[in-house]
Structure formats: structure tokens, C-alpha cells
Ligand binder design. Structure first.
Ligand SMILES: [Zn+2]
Length: 478
């Protein structure tokens, strides 16, 4: 309830959409879009190298048992060297690409499968013949997994000096693969399943230019920033809402295997303060085992409608939403919201529904109309093209790409004209939120489980946020 109240207050501050004169607005919008384009290509003020005020806290929190995952590896061959016994190439932890796990060990040869490689060539690289390959492949039905080897996989060969392939390890990822072990002229196959260690990591950022740049400055993986934007996609329009001075924090997992960084895990909790209004989301795995994000009261962050029909991260890494506001805000006499964006920017359906139109319509150009439950309708105009398969009758899910930004119809610059109707009447999509269906909440019967899983996490998260604020506000040494 508190969240809805916050959104209402927030929505009242918006002033975008007004009433409508279709012919007039188009010319104004078009001219403005041209200007916007010029602004878009101007160099950005963001500094990707600066690390002032960066706060990174790697911490060890006691997660509830539901969140904790088993640690360390299993199913290692007793005869084989443990992965941790090998020399590991050190590399930046932010690097996602996994280096060969095994190096500088005479008996093992490690080959990373490259595009265009084939098994025969790989075998010959390590001094094995086609005959050796056939022997492995034909040793059992399970061995046929070797026929599905893709670029990025790793093949590790254990060949003692006598020259016979003793073990072969196929790793799809550091976490998953198969081990072939010579056994009486045949190869036994067993699967390898490693569980990463999860290390919660906490980062904070402040918007100076764009969310993307803020993430880069704080060395937060782009995928994690995108995930945060998705989590808040029902309450914040990441194209129009962010302002300089907004701040956010993310508590997320990093995955390690035997001390080596192997990738980024899920967001555990995140917070975004938009123009003074703070939204907090925590991850909860429900009794059906599905993960979702909720506020502290157990209300789902997934809303009936996305706040923005554009995916800010598909636009480009240099996209700077804040530059466009003043222009959009001056558009008058208009019954939709115009989102200036480069041609080809993907457009998402803001809610589940059915396409009732995907065709040309006068000054709207290529127009998609989606009908939603509860008498709602959304319109997307001036598209350069429709997404594959989008036509009348097609069912779409929230977030599905339905088309791409263009200039068809009466638009002189590429932009999306977005309309939101309720019972056939135009509504301001920026202030409609209090009329929308209420977000789903945790079932009262499940609230105990929700609290068990999230209370400590949220408490810890709030402590981290406090600490980060203190750190940020302290005068820096330089
Ligand atoms: Zn418009």
C-alpha cells in the first residue's frame, strides 16, 4: 500500500501528457525529435574511468537456508587431480570469460573449442587419432554427448606418457560437464556438476548522466544493472524518470569456483531512489520454487504494466535519457507520450494482451494496437517495422518486442508515439497508475515464509545502505 502511495505522489509530479490535437502535435514532435537527435549524438559528459565515491563491499552474510546453495564440488574422480590443484590464471574478477581451468600441468591438455573446430581436429591437436576418437564416441550411448560440442566448451585431455587417453573432461561451463574415464578398453562416462560459491557483493551508484554510465563507473556488470531496471520496470520509466542525483544500490551474488570468479549471480536486494522516492525490492523464492522480487510488505514488483515501452538498454551504451526530458516536456496538445529514440530501438508490449492491429494507419504510420485484460488498450505508432510474427490476433506477453522505432506516418524524426486507453478513453500513461489493477502480493498464508527468507536480508541490506551513505558523504582523501 505504501508503495502505491509513493507512486501516486510521484505520478502527480509528472506533467507530460495533455489533451490532443493529432495534426498539430506531429509537426511539433517531428521538429523536436530532430533536435533531440542532434542532442543524442553530442558527446556525453559521463566519465567512465572516474572512480570517485565508488563503494564496493564484498561481504559474507548469513543467508537463510533457502537462499544458500551447496558449496564446493562433487563427483571429482579420486584419481584425477582436483581442479583446485591446478595453477589458475589470475584475471580480473569482472571478466566473465572463463580462462582454461587447468594450465601448466604436463599431463593434462586443455583445449577451448573455437568456432569451426571439429572433434577430429581437436583430437589430433593433442596427438590423438580418429581411431581414438571413435573409441571414445562408441564406448557408450552417453558418450554421444561428445557430438554436441560448441564453441566456448572446454575439452581437457589426460594422456600419460604411454600415450593412451586416460581421461577426457568435457566442460560446457565451469559448473557442468562430463568426465570420461578409461576402464578396460572402454570409457565410463559420468557427469560433472559443480556448485559455485556465492559471494554477496554490494554496490552503490549515483546517476549523473545515465543509468548505464552510472553502472559502468561503479563497475557493476551491465547485466546486473539491466536486471535492476527490469525489477523496477513496473514503477520507474527508465527512459523518462531518472534524474541526476538519483541513487541506487544493489546486493548481488558473484559466483566463484575454487576461488576463481566465474560469473555473476542473482540480485538479492536492490533499491532505487528516483527524484526522492525510494523503491526497494527483495528476492523471494516462493513455495513453488519461483523467484520473484517484492517490496518489504510482500507486494510484487511485477506490475500489470511496464512504465516504459522502450528498453533503455537496447538503445545503446551511450544513450542518455536525461537529455531528452526538456524537449519532451514542451510537447503540448497531445494524447500520448513521445519517446524519442534511435530508429530500430525495440518496442515492448507494456502488458500481456492480444494484438488487434499491426498495419499502416494514416499519420500514425505503422501502428500496433494491443488489447489487454480489464478494458485497457495500448497503441504504438510510427514504427519502422513490426517484430517477427506480430500481426492481428497474436498474443503477446509483457516485455515482448512488438516492433521497432521509426518515422512512418507524420513523424519527421524517429520516435515512438505511445497511447494508453482505458475503456476506449485516452489516459495519461504517466499518471494512470492508481487506476491500474493492483499488483499481486504474497499470499497471506505464505507471509511467514516470506518473512523468514527476507527479513534478515533486508535488515542487512539497509545496514549496508546506511554504511555506504556514510562512506559516500565522508570527505575523500584526494
Ligand atoms: Zn506523439
Amino acid at each position: 500500500m505504501e508503495l502505491i502511495e509513493l507512486i501516486k505522489q510521484f505520478a502527480r509530479k509528472q506533467y507530460l501528457v495533455v489533451s490532443h490535437y493529432p495534426r498539430d502535435h506531429i509537426y511539433i514532435a517531428g521538429a523536436l525529435c530532430g533536435l533531440i537527435l542532434v542532442l543524442l549524438v553530442l558527446p556525453l559528459g559521463g566519465d567512465t574511468d572516474g572512480d570517485n565515491g565508488r563503494t564496493e563491499i564484498v561481504l559474507d552474510i548469513n543467508l537463510s537456508p533457502e537462499l544458500a546453495q551447496p558449496v564446493d564440488t562433487e563427483q571429482k574422480q579420486p584419481d584425477a587431480l582436483a581442479l583446485s590443484d591446478f595453477v589458475i590464471t589470475p584475471h580480473a574478477k569482472s571478466q566473465i570469460e572463463v580462462q582454461p581451468i587447468v594450465e601448466n600441468v604436463t599431463l593434462w591438455r586443455n583445449i577451448e573449442v573455437k568456432s569451426g573446430d571439429n572433434l577430429s581436429a581437436i583430437f589430433s591437436k593433442v596427438g590423438l587419432s580418429d581411431q581414438d576418437l571413435f573409441r571414445v564416441l562408441n564406448s557408450s550411448d552417453e558418450a554421444k554427448v561428445l557430438n554436441q560440442v560448441y564453441p566456448g566448451y572446454q575439452l581437457d585431455f589426460l594422456i600419460p606418457p604411454e600415450g593412451e587417453l586416460e581421461q577426457l573432461r568435457l566442460l560446457k561451463s565451469p559448473l557442468e560437464g562430463f568426465l570420461f574415464t578409461l576402464n578396460n578398453n572402454n570409457y565410463d562416462v559420468e557427469s560433472i556438476l559443480n556448485f559455485p560459491q556465492l559471494r554477496p557483493t554490494f554496490k552503490v551508484g549515483t546517476i549523473a548522466d545515465s543509468l548505464f554510465m552510472a553502472g559502468q563507473r561503479e563497475q557493476i556488470p551491465a547485466i546486473t544493472i539491466m536486471e535492476m531496471a527490469n525489477i523496477f520496470g513496473g514503477v520507474i520509466d527508465f527512459i523518462l524518470d531518472p534524474r541526476a542525483g538519483d541513487d541506487f544500490s544493489i546486493l548481488y551474488d558473484e559466483k566463484y569456483l575454487d576461488g576463481e570468479f566465474i560469473g555473476h549471480g542473482d540480485i538479492l536486494a536492490t533499491q532505487y531512489t528516483n527524484q526522492g522516492k525510494t523503491f526497494t525490492a527483495v528476492r523471494y523464492i516462493n513455495e513453488e520454487g519461483e523467484a520473484g522480487y517484492y517490496n518489504a510488505e510482500g507486494e510484487s514488483m511485477r506490475k500489470a504494466f511496464l512504465r516504459s515501452p522502450l528498453d533503455v538498454f537496447r538503445i545503446s551504451s551511450n544513450f542518455n535519457p536525461s537529455r531528452r526530458h526538456p524537449i519532451l516536456n514542451t510537447i503540448r496538445a497531445h494524447k500520448g507520450t513521445d519517446y524519442a529514440a534511435p530508429r530500430g530501438t525495440p518496442i515492448r508490449a507494456t502488458s500481456d494482451g492480444q494484438v488487434t492491429r499491426a498495419s499502416r494507419n494514416g499519420s500514425f504510420g505503422n501502428l500496433v494496437i494491443v488489447k489487454h485484460a480489464g478494458g485497457f488498450e495500448t497503441k504504438y505508432a510510427h514504427l519502422s517495422k513490426y517484430a517477427n510474427g506480430v500481426k492481428k490476433g497474436k498474443r503477446v506477453r509483457q516485455g515482448d518486442i512488438i516492433g521497432y522505432v521509426g518515422t512512418t506516418g507524420s513523424a519527421t524524426g524517429p520516435h515512438l508515439h505511445y497511447e494508453f486507453l482505458m475503456g476506449g478513453v485516452h489516459q495519461n500513461p504517466r499518471t494512470i497508475i492508481d487506476k491500474l489493477p493492483k499488483a499481486e502480493s504474497i499470499d497471506p498464508a505464505e507471509m511467514d515464509s516470506f518473512r523468514t527468507q527476507t527479513t534478515d536480508l533486508l535488515k542487512r541490506f539497509s545496514e549496508l545502505n546506511r554504511t555506504a551513505l556514510i562512506t559516500l558523504n565522508q570527505p575523500s582523501a584526494d
